[in-house]
Design a protein. Structure first.
Lengths: 723, 156
């Protein structure tokens, strides 16, 4: 059923503020989190990433101009454009008359302002449209009262209200009166077929500013009297600061001070370059009372975990032991991923000014609310004293969910009693990361009489494990005897969410495994998936969120669009179908040989993400996810030696570049269902599609990322590249 | 502290900074031109690309002493109202995701197209290969360069 038909009742409490503006006009504040409490699962732990909710503000001036405050952080995923589109649609205004502004962190009027988990649009879909529709109804009610007519005989079109006599009033003419009215309890939402803004190509609202170089990002923020700070973290994870000599650094013109801050050293100075330069002149001594960790150790530890028997069982159906004991054939494989840094294009930075009366914070952060609370707590101040402004972010990818750098900026400002801008160099950014953890998956399946009878997935991960929904992803529900077990190893290396957490590597592992299983069973890999999906149809298991029907549709469309199985001899294909972030995706990778090396020529991608709010933005997200997926599967290589990261800048850490980008053919399934996530779901499938295509070409299976490290497949004389 | 004179976006500017300061930081921290971005500091990503006497260079890796008396153009000075064909193409193709790399991309593309007005796709890709876009907006970057090239060719 289309959720747009769902009538939702909103209590008056949902609207926490409706007020007249001093300058005239209507300001409507909508507490989205309260509104959707029953409709969505409440958010969990911040680090877990499967939540999201928002509030919004609409401001209508007497002139009729509409400002929509986008409450959520913009990290490049396009919500600053798409979320206001939802409001504007139901408010019934022309998009060209809408101004979008970034809302600030305002815990009274908005709740849970954060970016993560590809959930902005999914969770905002109903409530944001309700916000617009409610405001529209209040404007109609005000106009009707003015005319002395019944509100039901009034209509709206692009910001103008018309009554049965043909009289008209603009929204701005009645905004002030509307603000004083009761908030209507029930408003009707538009039918999908009546959408005028949703589903139309809409340009990024910051486009002009971006292409002309206007200040937008945290890096660009400046304030009166501000000094710059650079930080030296311990070079190895697990080290502590013993002592340091800053005499030379302090002698640099423009350096104001060098301080110890916890186990770090901070240089304060009058510009970024001066503090960066002075940092390099500091001689520090570091020590550790523990053994420092290396990738070789992790490798062994994770394998030991997989070989052992200490796991949390996260889902268990039937009896896998029996299935394996009675099998005709059993396949077991292990897949390995490295740590990965996020490498947001804009290195971490934040502005802080801690004074006696308030804490002013400005910069790029995906979790403003939690971070502000954390800062207040650390500095023993009231939360109300924290005033946090969000800037546009030069990428997030999960890194800016973790406000370590915000805390640093605030504590430094508190120490020096000055407004300060903390700026990470690329080296700081890459070496003091919150990395995607190294993971190993071991998958075992049993086959009896041509059917998959058992499936056992084991995860061994650094620090943490897959979040709760993942054990119910495909093939959960499709195999009678099914079990997911997880275990972890606590490391000194800091880890956290990285675009499409867990899914980004689990998809590669499972989708490579299905391909090999199909080979063993002598069936087409696509057919194997379709057969398995048959078993899920009509399931009553509420934990299963993926839809076998929608999955089947993307699979069949991908077969058709990619010419699966009908390609010429010099093109080798690999197939993947994956569900995450509520979105179903199928991809086919085409590989050809150029100069004796395999080259990813094309990725065909079929996506079912429900209604697409902004097709222009959606396509950018889809392509970005695919490029990111290709890049990291092929080249993403990061390790540790005695606690020290292997790479610190782009001279050795390889990111995908223009010449390595394949053609991308995207097909979006037409849908009248509510929108689902899009910032992440096209990334996880890519690695598996490429690995399966490489197998088709070479006959060799790849069990480890990055692929470039396979010397018999790729000739990479050295990994250093020149930009 | 030495004083340097140079022309920035057509205006003569005087800056007092240390002689090893990269142009990037003088622009950002002293001239309030923050459109030029810091990405790596070692000439690997292209986020800091500007024009020196019309040619694209990495402003993170050239010092103020090296540009003394010369003329540079930054994203802010590429055109009056964002009307350079490359900027227009960037808008019509809706290139940016996070947008952070885009000033550098635009500066690389505009310098390239000033020299090569009918580039092949491969020439575009080669010209843009040094600019990283972490968001992966490469397809649109390539497309926008093609669109800009067409407009420039039409005018010529
Ligand atoms: S900042 Fe200059 S090339 Fe990266
Ligand atoms: S648009 Fe984000 S780095 Fe290019």
């Amino acid at each position: 059923m289309s959720s747009t038909k769902t009538a939702m009742t909103f209590s008056r409490r949902s609207f926490i503020r409706t007020s007249s503006l001093a300058s005239g006009g209507l300001l409507i504040g909508f507490n989205l989190f309260t509104a959707c409490k029953d409709a969505i699962k409440p958010p969990k732990d911040l680090s877990k990433l499967d939540y999201k909710d928002f509030n919004a503000f609409i401001k209508i001036a007497e002139t009729g101009e509409v400002t929509i405050f986008s409450p959520n952080p913009e990290i490049g995923q396009g919500v600053k454009t798409a979320m206001p589109m939802l409001i504007a649609e139901e408010l019934d205004v022309a998009w060209k008359n809408v101004y979008v502004e970034q809302g600030i962190l305002d815990t009274k009027n908005y709740t849970r302002q954060l970016a993560g988990g590809s959930q902005s649009i999914r969770h905002g879909w109903e409530p944001l449209r309700q916000t617009g529709a409610t405001a529209r109804q209040m404007l109609i009610n005000a106009a009707a009262a003015k005319w002395g007519v019944d509100a039901s005989e009034c209509t709206t079109n692009e910001g103008v209200i018309t009554n049965a006599n043909g009289d008209t009033l603009g929204y701005g003419d009645v905004a002030k009166e509307a603000a004083l009215l009761e908030v209507p309890e029930n408003v009707t939402l538009k039918k999908v077929s009546d959408f005028k803004i949703i589903g139309t190509d809409t340009y990024n609202v910051d486009l002009d500013k971006i292409v002309t170089g206007k200040p937008l990002y945290g890096m660009d923020y400046k304030a009166e009297g501000m000094v710059y700070a650079a930080i030296i973290h311990p070079p190895a994870f697990g080290q502590k600061l013993v002592s340091f000599d800053a005499a030379e650094a302090k002698a640099v013109t423009g350096v104001e001070d060098v301080l110890k801050y916890k186990d770090n050293i901070v240089v304060i100075g009058k510009d970024t370059w001066t503090v960066f330069k002075a940092k390099k002149l500091i001689k520090a001594e570091w020590a550790s009372d523990k053994d420092l960790e290396s990738t070789e150790d992790h490798d062994k530890i994770l394998t030991d975990i997989l070989d052992g028997n200490k796991f949390d069982t996260r889902r268990s159906d039937g009896n896998i032991k029996k299935a394996f004991a009675n099998a005709d054939m059993v396949l077991e494989r292990t897949y390995e991923s490295p740590f990965l840094p996020h490498n947001c294009m804009e290195p971490m930075n934040f502005y802080a000014n801690v004074t006696d009366d308030k804490i002013h914070l400005v910069g790029p952060i995906q979790t403003p609310e939690g971070t502000a609370k954390h800062v207040a707590h650390l500095l023993e101040r009231n939360e109300e004293e924290v005033h946090l402004e969000m800037t546009r972010m030069g990428g997030g990818f999960g890194r800016r969910l973790f406000g370590t750098f915000v805390v640093e900026a605030a504590e430094i400002s508190n120490m020096i009693k000055k407004p300060v801008k903390l700026v990470y160099s690329r080296e700081d950014d890459m070496t003091a990361g919150i990395y995607r953890p190294a993971i190993k998956y071991r998958i075992k399946a049993s086959v009896k009489e041509g059917k998959v009878t058992g499936y056992h997935l084991k995860e061994a991960c650094i620090n943490d494990n897959m979040y709760g929904l993942i054990p119910n992803f495909f093939p959960a529900g499709a195999v009678e005897n099914y079990q997911v077990d997880t275990a972890n190893y606590k490391s000194a290396i800091t880890t956290g969410a990285w675009r499409a957490p867990y899914a980004n590597f689990l998809s590669f592992s499972e989708q490579s495994f299905f391909d090999e299983l199909a080979e063993l069973m002598e069936v087409d890999p696509v057919q194997l998936r379709l057969d398995l999906l048959q078993n899920v149809k009509g399931t009553t298991d509420e934990r299963i969120e993926y839809s076998p029907k929608r999955m089947e549709k993307v699979i069949k469309t991908a077969v058709e669009k990619s010419g699966w199985g009908t390609k010429q001899q010099d093109t080798y294909q690999g197939f993947v179908a994956y569900y995450c972030h509520n979105t179903h995706v199928a991809q086919v990778a085409d590989i050809v040989v150029k100069n004796n090396e395999p080259v990813v020529k094309k990725i065909t991608c079929v996506v079912d993400c429900g209604i697409v709010v902004n097709p222009l933005g959606a396509l950018n997200q889809i392509e970005g996810g695919i490029v990111d997926g290709v890049g990291h599967a092929m080249y993403g290589n990061f390790s540790f030696k005695d606690g020290v990261p292997s790479d610190s800048n782009f001279n050795s850490y390889r990111l995908i570049r223009m010449n390595e980008v394949p053609e991308i053919g995207t097909h979006i399934i037409e849908s009248e269902l509510a929108p689902t996530g899009l910032g992440e779901p096209t990334l996880p499938p890519v690695g598996g599609a490429i690995a399966n295509a490489l197998k088709a070409l070479t006959g060799k299976r790849i069990y480890k990322q990055p692929f470039i490290n396979n010397p018999d497949l790729f000739k990479v004389p050295n990994k250093t590249i020149v930009g | 502290m030495p004083t340097y004179q140079l022309t920035v976006n057509g205006e003569l500017k005087t800056v007092e900074v240390s002689k090893d300061m990269p142009v990037l930081w003088a622009l950002r921290d002293y001239l309030d031109l923050v459109g030029t971005k810091f990405g790596c500091g070692i000439a690997q990503c292209g986020a800091c690309t500007i024009h020196l006497e019309g040619t694209a260079i990495r402003s993170c890796s050239i010092t103020m002493a090296q540009v003394e008396g010369k003329s540079i153009t930054t994203i802010e000075g590429l055109s009056k109202d964002g009307e350079h064909p490359v900027q227009k193409a960037w808008k019509s193709v809706d290139v940016p995701q996070c947008g952070y790399c885009q000033a550098g991309q635009i500066m690389t593309a505009s310098s390239f197209l000033a020299k090569n007005q009918s580039p092949s796709k491969q020439e575009i890709k080669d010209a843009m290969h040094g600019n990283i876009c972490r968001c992966g907006a490469y397809k649109r970057i390539c497309k926008a360069v093609e669109v800009a090239a067409e407009e420039i060719a039409e005018k010529a």
